[in-house]
Design a binder for this molecule. Structure first.
Ligand SMILES: *[C@@H]1O[C@H](CO)[C@@H](O)[C@H](O)[C@H]1NC(C)=O
Ligand SMILES: *[C@@H]1O[C@H](CO)[C@@H](O)[C@H](O)[C@H]1NC(C)=O
Ligand SMILES: *[C@@H]1O[C@H](CO)[C@@H](O)[C@H](O)[C@H]1NC(C)=O
Ligand SMILES: *[C@@H]1O[C@H](CO)[C@@H](O)[C@H](O)[C@H]1NC(C)=O
Ligand SMILES: *[C@@H]1O[C@H](CO)[C@@H](O)[C@H](O)[C@H]1NC(C)=O
Ligand SMILES: [Fe+2]
Length: 470
């Protein structure tokens, strides 16, 4: 035993146990010990089943829909034709009036990117839809017609249940396909996807091979044609490539994906808001100017006081680059935006912030870090029941692989973190309660690797922390 007599060794051991205990309590929440099977994270080859071009002359492909106004009575339908422009019309009818077929007229556009020329990209907004109604729609009128359907949301109101899916940083790898499949087979059916940015990862290919933008559009069509995906711009949407003469940021993204940004008074498609059922959703742009006096700053400053929690109790913010992130990736990238806007999130009691960018999963406690004034030294996150929960869900499964390297020890603000691919469901029950669950790809449909009952910050501001009982 050398230095220690046997009794003093026991005391030493006890002390060690105590110390370890203290260390455990000082640290944050849980770092999952889940061990992943190491699998390749390669993009699916272009001849994969998911990328198949639909049959027929000038058949519409890459069909996707998103909300088309502020309240959910309009839908933007988008698709691409390749051989010739063809018709930009959408035929549509509700399941209650099958004989009353209506027509909306859209427009098409094209673009070039280095030596790539796009197909004919059609966008058509259909308006004045009934709430809570299933609609069928047809695109490709005059050539090869393809039929899809969607269901409009219920009218905006405080106790309307609604289920959002959450996916980020999806890409087009074999893991991306697993994530999408797992989302589709989830028993709690997501009705709309809140997508937190980084869609196709086409920019990882030589010359940002935009054929991978097309491939991605075909891959996700099996979901995006049937339910709206609410888009957030990520860094892989920038496509800024001065070395090949491409100096207009976001060109492919803005040509291919339209948002109803004007409906919320925004002046650019990168930041905007929608109301859907009982939620007010604010989409922010990590890669557009957000400093004081910028268009995004002015818009958000005007937007937050407009949120009416009697109408939409749930205030959800989407952005790409997370503000709270305890992985050793993208360190501090969200920090400047946090400094600009975090105080507003606390004042207006945002319920939850979803971000992507870091290719892993993490959920924070309700914390804020807004007391610092450069000289007072008060610069650590503190528990704050008016603050949102920050969730990083950049774990869609793109080709860049998992972010596995975490800061140690786990910071106190971090409630749960795990380097696995997956998706989440935010299931609003009524104005006070929402059930949130994160699903890792390796598990069965019913398994939630992390979950939390959210208490609404406006209507039911109780401590809803999953660790508060400890
Ligand atoms: C674009 O240029 C690259 C090389 O610079 C070449 O490999 C590729 O085939 C070209 N693509 C088209 C559509 O011309
Ligand atoms: C993608 O997932 C779907 C649904 O599970 C499956 O049918 C398809 O074969 C998968 N494709 C690839 C390339 O993994
Ligand atoms: C907020 O919404 C409620 C319920 O729809 C409505 O009665 C009220 O007038 C709204 N308040 C404002 C300031 O618009
Ligand atoms: C994890 O990140 C830290 C900080 O950036 C770095 O020092 C360390 O080498 C990384 N570890 C591994 C295994 O990559
Ligand atoms: C809201 O939903 C929660 C969870 O389902 C439930 O416990 C609660 O009773 C509901 N509140 C009202 C007013 O119905
Ligand atoms: Fe990213």
């Amino acid at each position: 035993m050398g230095l220690f007599g046997s009794s003093s060794f026991v005391v030493f051991l006890l002390g060690l146990v105590l110390l370890l205990n203290i260390a455990v309590f000082c640290n944050g929440g849980k770092t999952s010990t889940f061990v992943r099977k190491v699998e390749k994270t390669n993009d699916m080859p272009l001849d994969s089943d998911v990328f198949q071009v639909p049959h027929g002359y000038n058949a519409p492909q890459q069909v996707h829909i998103t909300q088309g106004d502020q309240v959910g009575k309009a839908v933007i339908v988008s698709w691409v034709t390749v051989e010739e422009p063809g018709s930009s019309k959408v035929l549509y009818w509700s399941e209650w009036h099958r004989k009353q077929k209506k027509v909306a007229e859209g427009k098409f556009t094209t673009y070039k990117f280095y030596n790539y020329t796009s197909g004919y990209i059609h966008h058509c907004t259909i308006r004045n839809l009934e709430f809570n109604t299933k609609y069928y729609y047809v695109v490709g009128v005059g050539h090869t017609e393809r039929k899809f359907w969607f269901t409009t949301p219920p009218e905006v109101g405080p106790d309307v249940p609604y289920t959002f899916g959450l996916i980020g940083d999806l890409g087009q790898s074999f893991d991306s396909n697993r994530t999408l499949t797992h989302y589709e087979s989830n028993l709690q059916k997501g009705q709309t996807v809140l997508f937190v940015g980084d869609l196709s990862y086409a920019d990882t290919y030589p010359n940002h091979d935009n054929a991978r933008w097309d491939a991605w559009g075909r891959f996700v069509e099996r979901s995006t044609a049937y339910q709206p995906w609410i888009w957030t711009a990520g860094n892989h949407e920038i496509d800024f490539a001065p070395e090949i003469g491409e100096t207009k940021p976001f060109k492919p993204y803005t040509k291919r994906y339209h948002m109803p940004y004007k409906a919320s008074g925004s002046t650019a498609p990168f930041w905007y808001s929608i109301k859907r059922a009982s939620a007010h959703i604010i989409v922010l742009a990590s890669y557009s100017a957000y400093g004081k006096y910028t268009p995004q700053y002015r818009w958000l400053k005007d937007e937050l006081p407009k949120v009416n929690r009697s109408e939409t109790p749930w205030l959800i913010v989407l952005m790409h680059s997370p503000w709270y992130n305890s992985y050793n990736y993208h360190y501090m990238e969200g920090e400047t935006m946090r400094v600009m806007y975090e105080e507003w999130f606390v004042i207006y009691k945002v319920d939850v912030v979803f971000a992507g960018h870091v290719h892993a999963y993490e959920r924070s406690e309700r914390v804020s870090n807004i007391a610092y004034n450069v000289v007072n030294g008060i610069c650590s996150p503190v528990k704050d029941q008016s603050a949102p929960v920050y969730i990083t869900i950049g774990d869609g499964g793109n080709l860049e692989g998992l972010a596995t390297n975490m800061t140690e020890p786990q910071p106190a603000y971090s409630a749960y973190r795990e380097a696995s691919f997956g998706h989440a469901i935010f299931d609003i029950k009524n104005r006070t309660h929402a059930y949130y669950g994160w699903h890792r790809n390796q598990d069965g449909n019913a398994v939630e690797a992390d979950s939390m009952w959210f208490s609404n910050r406006h209507w039911h501001q109780v401590d809803d922390s999953t660790t508060s009982s400890q």
